[in-house]
Design a protein. Structure first.
Length: 275
C-alpha cells in the first residue's frame, strides 16, 4: 500500500479505531473492541505521520484525550492531548477520547485505584522503557521491523523526518538513563503488587472471581513487559524477543517469571480474542 487510509467521520458506518499499532494504550482499546465482538476498522499510523490526521479528528477540545499522553512525562503543555492515540470515531459523530473511555464503553468499568496506577504509573513507565529501546540507534532492527509493516508513504516520511521525530520523542517522554532506571523500578513494583493480589485470587487482580475490565487493562498495558505471542491480536508483529537488546530481554524475563507476568501470558492465551 502506498498511503495509509484516511476517512471522514461523516462517511463511516462502523467505529474506526485510530492507533499507533504497537502502542500498549492502543492495544487496550483494540482488545476492548475485540472482546466485545464489536465490528470496527483499525486505522494504523506511524508516529509523527499520525499528527495531522489525529489533530483534525480532535479539533474540538472536548474530543481530546483525558488520560495519559506522550509529554506527560516531561510536563509538556496540555495541547499534546490533541495528538494522543487511541481514539474511536463513532458513526454518530462522537469521538471516544482514550483507552479508558473505549474500554468502559464496550466492556465495563475499571476499579479506580488500579485505573490511576495503570494509567499514571505503569503505562507511562513502560512507554518510556519501550521507546528508550525502540529509538536507540544500536537497536536499529527493532525500528526496521516496525517500518517494514508500514506504507511506502510512511517509510518515506520517516526517511526525511525520522531523526527530528526521535529527538522530539526523547524530549517529550523525558527519556534518559536515570529516568529509565526509575521506570524499571516502577514496573517491578507494580508487577509485585499485582502478583500479591493474584496469589490470593488467581482469577483477578481485583476481588472478583472472574476476568474483569480492570484485568484486561492490566494485561494490555503490561503486555510490553512480557510480550505474549499474540500481542496486539497479531495486528503488528514485534519480532523475536531474542533480537531485542539484552537489557530489555532481562526485563521481559524478570516480568514473565512473576505471578503477574504469568497472569498476563495466560490471559492472552485464554482471553485475547483474535478477529
Amino acid at each position: 500500500m502506498i498511503f495509509p487510509p484516511k476517512f471522514k467521520v461523516d462517511d463511516i458506518s462502523i467505529p474506526h479505531l485510530v492507533t499507533i499499532p504497537y502502542s500498549h494504550y492502543c492495544e487496550l482499546a483494540r482488545w476492548a473492541l475485540d472482546i466485545s465482538k464489536t465490528e470496527y476498522r483499525e486505522m494504523k499510523y506511524l508516529p509523527g505521520y499520525h499528527i495531522n490526521i489525529v489533530g483534525k479528528l480532535r479539533k474540538r477540545k472536548e474530543d481530546r484525550s483525558s488520560s495519559s499522553f506522550a509529554g506527560q512525562e516531561s510536563h509538556q503543555h496540555e495541547g499534546r492531548r490533541k495528538f494522543s492515540v487511541p481514539l474511536v470515531a463513532m458513526p454518530d459523530g462522537r469521538i471516544l477520547k482514550d483507552s479508558w473511555e473505549i474500554l468502559e464503553k464496550f466492556v465495563g468499568q475499571v476499579d479506580p485505584y488500579w485505573k490511576n496506577l495503570l494509567d499514571n504509573k505503569l503505562g507511562i513507565a513502560l512507554r518510556q522503557m519501550g521507546y528508550f529501546h525502540f529509538l536507540d540507534p544500536e537497536n536499529k532492527s527493532m525500528l526496521d521491523n516496525i517500518l517494514r509493516q508500514t506504507t511506502i508513504a510512511e517509510r518515506i516520511y520517516w526517511l526525511f523526518f525520522g531523526g527530528f521525530i526521535k529527538k522530539a520523542m526523547y524530549k517529550l517522554m523525558a527519556i534518559s538513563k536515570d529516568n529509565i532506571e526509575e521506570s524499571k523500578k516502577t514496573i517491578f513494583d507494580i508487577f509485585d503488587e499485582a502478583s500479591e493480589r493474584i496469589k490470593s485470587n488467581p482469577s483477578s487482580i481485583t476481588k472478583e472471581s472472574y476476568f474483569t475490565p480492570t484485568d484486561l487493562a492490566f494485561c494490555a498495558l503490561g503486555s510490553i513487559a512480557v510480550f505474549p505471542q499474540n500481542f496486539s491480536g497479531n495486528v503488528i508483529h514485534m519480532g523475536n524477543i531474542e533480537d531485542f537488546p539484552t537489557e530489555y530481554q532481562n526485563l521481559i524475563q524478570h516480568c514473565r517469571e512473576t505471578e503477574a507476568g504469568k497472569f498476563i501470558l495466560s490471559s492472552y492465551k485464554m482471553k485475547r480474542l483474535i478477529t
